[in-house]
Design a protein around this ligand. Structure first.
Ligand code: OXD
Ligand code: MN
Length: 587
């Protein structure tokens, strides 16, 4: 319970609307959480896995119509449509509140309402923000306990807080037709109904820490970004911090937990993970940009995680983890997924809950978007600065998409404003994993297209403003592309841990230790500036990886123009100038 009258009033209002049988406050008490876990095991919502092999680990299978973020059912409801921008679905707040009140009316009858005060960011940090999530799902309670900070200290903070984000959630009857994830940035509110999926239901994550926070950040002069944060320690023991934005499913968690190749490890290089998905960035007292990770855990994609791609993630998810929609190995009572090893279980149940034999089955056993929810404290390379209330100072910002031909392995923006341009035209090409044509360019500016809680044209303007305030203390901005392919469609760059070689060049640039070639698109390394020692048969064709195809870039300029036009007057004039300058340089 809290002393905060505003919170009490809001909870009372939610009780009147949702009509639960019982209300239960969650403050992180382990006895209470254990009881809830046991109740979920009893009802079948959770399966207790082999506690000798996977201590503290559980398996959950979602409804089969509820396995990913529902972008078409996600709305930003601002008074004026243009404030939401072409990047968001929009409805007038009044209309949406009326529809939601109808759906929430009595949705918790016969159920318990859980009230969870939570903190995004280290408790006591001036960067941190409070929320309260109301939900009727034990799975959501247990996931929120991993992903956010929940404790009696947080309840105490809430007692005297003026501000908190109101997060109302119900799984209701999981009816897709009535599924809605709605944001009311002007009221600090989120309403989500008919989904239990992480991105739709753990409202601290995408809904609060990105959509609502990006809106708050615009008002308050900071940035809420879809970025990992890592610290790279060099042999001298100095640590430089980098933020990186990649669209979903481009390997952010792998980069966030990177283990440097042996030749780097021998020299004393280490990579520390501060965050794998979200960064809140503010200008510090020294005028530099500082970042915290507002989350307390990782909600990562499971398939493809293995000893080669991400050994740190594999170690992290061996304990205290909730697995969602992976294969249940009935012989060992453990879990399996595609890409773990080449030894799928024969006596198993797939993510749909059906009998599955990995040796003979045609269909995949784990859902391609199956997930782990796991606490940050378990990560072997967790940064010692993870709980630092001031965060870490950022030397470089990296943007990266999935491009077969256009973008080279790496280039550096000419200055911060050019970096904003580079981030604004971040794009990925569709792969066979998506429906529709392959190779279509989709813009995902700063990897924030699905997560920016206001008009992206204004968001670009906000980035430029932050750049002006930072002046010559602004971090250097880079673009990377791990996904360039050869004429046979094979990736040219080995990726994963070897990405350290590109990070080394990026840091050398930040520290003014190496010259670069001034090209039409930005500053680039000479092929010999990327260290390829010890790559053996993974030796990449560096010339090809760094080639700029001017014709492709001219085509790119045409599609950037079309994209920019969608923002009308909201697109800052300065970005048009950056585009014209690029066009001029390419001639
Ligand atoms: C995520 C996403 O789940 O970006 O992190 O979709
Ligand atoms: Mn993400």
């Amino acid at each position: 319970m809290t002393e905060n009258q505003k919170v009490k009033k809001w909870v009372d209002w939610a009780v009147d609307l949702c009509k639960p049988n019982k209300v239960m406050w969650i403050d992180g008490d382990t006895k209470v959480l254990d009881e809830l876990r046991n109740a979920a095991i009893k009802s079948g919502e959770l399966i207790k896995l082999n506690q000798e092999l996977l201590p503290g680990c559980y398996l959950h299978r979602s409804a089969i119509n509820d396995v990913a973020r529902s972008e078409d059912k996600t709305f930003v409801c601002t008074t004026k449509e243009e404030d939401a921008g072409p990047n968001n679905n929009w409805r007038p707040p009044k209309d949406m509140y009326t529809r939601l009140e109808g759906l929430f009316d009595g949705c918790m009858s016969g159920r318990t309402m859980y009230v969870i005060p939570f903190c995004m960011g280290p408790v006591g940090s001036p960067f941190a923000k409070l929320g309260v999530e109301i939900t009727d799902s034990i799975y959501v309670v247990l996931n929120m306990d991993i992903m956010t900070r929940i404790s009696p200290d947080v309840v105490k903070m809430l007692d005297s807080a003026n501000d908190f984000v109101k997060c109302l959630h119900s799984t209701a009857d999981l009816n897709e037709d009535n599924r809605l994830i709605c944001h009311f940035p002007e009221d600090n509110g989120i309403w989500s109904i008919n989904s239990g999926y992480g991105g739709n239901a753990l409202l601290g994550k995408k809904c609060f820490a990105l959509r609502i926070a990006s809106y708050q950040a615009k008002q308050e002069g900071w940035l809420a970004e879809h970025m990992l944060i890592i610290g790279i320690e060099n042999p001298k023991g100095e640590v430089h911090y980098i933020c990186a934005a990649f669209p979903s499913a481009c390997g952010k968690t792998n980069l966030a937990m990177l283990i440097p190749p042996e030749i780097y490890r021998k020299k004393g290089y280490k990579v520390w993970c501060v965050g794998d998905d979200i960064a809140w960035l503010r200008i510090g007292p020294d005028g530099r940009l500082w970042a915290i990770n507002p989350e307390n855990g990782y909600f990562g994609v499971v398939p493809g995680t293995n000893r080669q791609t991400n050994p740190n993630a594999l170690a992290t998810i061996a304990t205290d983890t909730i697995y969602t929609n992976v294969v249940h190995n009935l012989d060992s009572n453990t879990v399996w997924w595609e890409g773990l090893d080449s030894n799928p279980p024969e006596n198993a149940v797939d993510w749909r809950g059906e009998v599955w034999n990995g040796k003979t089955a045609a269909a995949k056993g784990a859902h391609p978007n199956s997930r782990f929810t796991t606490p940050a404290r378990n990560c072997p390379c967790l940064s010692p600065e993870f709980e630092n209330p001031m965060g870490v100072p950022i030397s470089a910002i990296i943007f990266g998409g999935r491009r077969a031909k256009t973008a080279p392995l790496v280039y550096q923006a000419r200055d911060f404003a050019h970096g904003v341009f580079v981030g604004s035209v971040l794009a990925s090409e569709t792969t066979a994993a998506q429906t529709g044509a392959v190779g279509v360019v989709r813009y995902d500016s700063m990897a924030m297209k699905p997560f920016c809680g206001y008009n992206m044209g204004d968001y670009f303007g906000h980035w430029l403003e932050i750049g002006k305030k930072l002046g010559d203390k602004a971090p250097a901005v880079f673009n990377v592309n791990w996904f360039r392919t050869d004429e046979n469609g094979r990736f040219m760059w080995p990726g994963f841990g070897e990405n350290m070689r590109v990070l080394e060049w990026i840091l050398a640039r930040c520290n003014d230790e190496i010259n670069a070639i001034d090209t039409s698109i930005g500053y680039m390394p000479r092929p010999e500036d990327i260290n390829t020692d010890g790559l053996g048969n993974k030796m990449p064709p560096m010339q090809e990886l760094l080639r700029i195809d001017k014709e492709l870039w001219q085509t790119e300029i045409k599609s950037i123009k079309e994209y920019y036009q969608t923002f009308g007057d909201h697109l800052p004039r300065q970005l048009w100038t950056e585009l014209e300058n690029l066009e001029g340089r390419l001639k």
